[in-house]
Design a protein around this ligand. Structure first.
Ligand code: AMP
Ligand code: MN
Ligand code: MN
Ligand code: MN
Length: 278
């Protein structure tokens, strides 16, 4: 199995390296098939592609779409997309639209618990003002020494039930899949182990995803334990889904899993790149 890394982020969303820097790092870490999958945004693709090509690194365009499914946020990765497709672009634009108001609301909630100025702080750390993420709030609170690291900020302030959490309605699963398919790409359920779905809910997600024409599932991801590589590998086979592999790298030091450092997909899985001309 080749060293594929098909999920990571740049400064165009909540990563800390530019698309060119991510390409260079992926290449130097041994990645041979790479995709940049920024949240709800494809603005980094041209530079990522250009840099990858100059390094002889095989590149496919990608995106990670935020979805609300059964009142839960889930992420759907689109791979090998045409990033200039109008349907995809307008869908992503619509998905990004609510982020600024959500960020203002997060700022107000954090102010109520005695931490003012976080909207401005998060915005100042966002490489793309149309994409303020909770990650930018987390980094700002670490900078202010409110918490020791990004993980603790999420735990104390930014997840459901905590004072800075603002519920948000993202794209529907059906819309996300239709945009990815309109752009000629393959749809992949990102880091399924992170949603903590009870078995019947997971089955419902897989059934709906399949019935909407979804193609793949992340098996090896920086969010899964080795036991989960096996667990979701089994599910991929059971549901006839193609298997994907990606670090979900955001930043050196911050990310647990670096680019290119995941173990390769097991040989008994069908990789998402099976039909790609690579
Ligand atoms: P958002 O799309 O603004 O809600 O932010 C989601 C992003 O926050 C994810 O893509 C991760 O990068 C990051 N994130 C979510 N949960 C955690 C967590 N528990 N610890 C660290 N980062 C997290
Ligand atoms: Mn992220
Ligand atoms: Mn994600
Ligand atoms: Mn991601």
């Amino acid at each position: 199995m080749l060293n594929a890394d098909l999920h990571c982020h740049s400064t165009v969303s909540d990563g800390m390296l530019s698309p060119a820097e991510v390409a260079t790092r992926a290449h130097s870490q041994g990645v041979v098939l790479w995709s940049l999958t920024d949240h709800d945004e494809v603005g980094g693709i041209p530079l990522a592609r250009e840099t990858a090509q100059s390094l002889g690194l095989c590149f496919v365009a990608g995106v990670e779409i935020s979805v609300t499914w059964c009142n839960k946020t889930i992420h759907i990765v689109g791979l090998n997309i045409d990033e200039t497709n109008k349907t995809l672009l307008s869908g992503l634009c619509e998905t990004r639209y609510g982020r600024e108001n959500r960020a203002l609301a997060i700022g107000l909630e954090l102010e109520k618990v005695g931490i003012p100025g976080t909207f401005e702080g998060a915005l100042s750390l966002a490489g793309n003002p149309s994409l303020i993420s909770r990650t930018h709030f987390a980094r700002y609170l670490v900078e202010r020494r409110v918490c020791k690291d990004v993980r603790s900020v999420f735990h104390r302030y930014l997840v459901e039930g905590k004072p800075g959490y603002i519920p948000h309605q993202w794209a529907s699963l059906e819309s996300a899949l239709s945009w990815i398919h309109a752009a000629g790409g393959l749809a992949v359920i990102a880091h399924p182990g992170r949603y903590h779905l009870e078995a019947p809910k997971l089955v419902a997600l897989l059934d709906q995803f399949k019935s909407m024409g979804g193609e793949g599932i992340e098996v090896n991801t920086g969010s899964h334990t080795p036991a989960q590589y096996l667990e979701y590998g089994k599910i991929a086979k059971q549901y006839g889904l193609l298997a994907s592999c990606g670090s979900d790298f955001h930043a050196p030091k911050e990310s647990r899993m670096d680019l290119g450092k995941l173990p390769p997909l097991s040989h008994d899985l069908i990789p998402i790149w099976r039909d790609w001309m690579i």
